[in-house]
Design a protein around this ligand. Structure first.
Ligand SMILES: Nc1nc2c(c(=O)[nH]1)N[C@H]1C(S)=C(S)[C@@H](COP(=O)(O)O)O[C@H]1N2
Ligand SMILES: [Mo]
Length: 335
């Protein structure tokens, strides 16, 4: 269990300096929160020591103040070593910008995501086409450090900034028929070269979905930032989902539509290869991918000489928070 209060960290876990630094960062974060209340304004999230030669992504003006006012949510954060900033922004899966890990960082740099609109429709009281700022501004942003486990058996620990999806859903009011939440990525071949590729294996636009109780779970995050700044385009700017107990492909990027539905929708990877990628896609070391084991993962940074292979945990280590959602389900069948 790595979601825990700072005072529950076992001394044996406080070994490396970065763990210590992370912990101290939380303490500073808490002090910052107090100062914020006292002074009325302060940066609660300390600046990260980002590799100085790499680009930052400040985001649009309206977002910058919200990012600065965001606060670390220690109770929902892992204490593990963070993936280096360069890994987070240069090792990506975003097939709209190419299938190579380095393609999105190269091909998405001129992807303009401001202004941005999100259509919210279906079984909902307040449907509409919203300006991104109108759905983000009413909420307090939080920083949460989550493990991201890709189905390809690598993982990273990433400090996201965002709002719980449940808060946005409450704002628009799902009705009693809403059983699923579907998310759609932008489709714009002019701006997304991967959608122009003749060899592309996916049907566009990229679609993902959650059951409504999964969407309402407090862990489910809509991210607008990472590492203290706005989301880089390669990480799914300006709005992406983060579902930390599921394989990374559920964490859909650059969302333009959210639909509340009565029936389970078709989703991209499941439609593409139903034997390999289930609708649920819960991280599960006991259910292998047909072509490889899911029992272990390469935790980035990883190299030939230091592969850093660790055991994969049920629900990516979030079982206490989410196992109840699947009580009575055969997870070998509903993979
Ligand atoms: N629209 C879209 N969303 C996507 C993907 C994609 O190709 N297109 N790749 C997914 C996969 S497989 C993973 S592992 C994560 C990677 O997120 P990151 O690049 O921010 O680490 O994004 C997910 N979201
Ligand atoms: Mo992935």
């Amino acid at each position: 269990m790595l979601i825990k209060k700072a005072d529950k960290i076992k001394p044996s876990e406080i070994t490396s300096e970065s763990v210590y630094l992370n912990r101290r960062r939380f303490m500073q974060g808490l002090a910052g929160t107090a100062a914020l209340i006292a002074a009325g304004s302060a940066r609660a999230i300390p600046e990260y020591d980002l590799d100085s030669d790499l680009p930052r992504y400040p985001g649009p003006d309206w977002l910058q103040g919200l990012l600065r006012a965001s606060e670390p949510n220690a109770a929902f954060s892992s204490q593990e070593d963070l993936a280096p900033y360069h890994s987070v922004i240069s090792h990506n899966n975003f097939y709209e910008f190419g299938t190579g890990k380095k393609d999105p960082a190269k091909n998405a740099q001129n992807f303009n995501t401001d202004p941005w609109k999100v259509e919210i429709s279906g079984e909902v009281d307040k449907p509409g086409v919203y300006n991104l700022e109108d759905i983000v501004k009413p909420h307090r942003l939080e920083e949460r450090i989550y493990r991201l486990r890709c189905v390809e058996a690598w993982s990273m620990v990433i400090p996201w900034i965002g709002l719980p999806l449940s808060q946005l859903l409450k704002q628009v009011g799902p009705n009693s028929k809403a059983k699923y939440v579907e998310f759609t990525t932008l489709q714009d071949p002019q701006r997304m070269p991967g959608q122009r590729s003749l060899f592309s294996s996916l049907d566009w636009p990229y679609v993902e979905a959650l059951r409504i109780d999964e969407a309402m779970n407090p862990l489910t995050l809509l991210a607008v930032g990472v590492y203290g700044n706005a989301l880089p385009p390669q990480n799914g700017a300006p709005l992406r989902l983060v579902v930390p107990w599921k394989y990374g492909f559920k964490s859909i990027k650059s969302i333009v539509r959210i639909r509340l539905l009565e029936e389970m929708p078709k989703v991209t990877w499941n439609e593409t290869a139903p034997r390999e990628y289930g609708f649920y896609a819960n991280v599960n070391p006991a259910v292998n991918h047909p072509r490889w084991s899911q029992a272990t993962e390469r935790r980035l940074p990883s190299s030939l000489f230091n592969p850093n292979v660790i055991d994969t945990r049920m629900f990516n280590g979030y079982a206490d928070e989410v196992a109840h959602l699947y009580a009575g389900m055969d997870l070998k069948k509903w993979f």
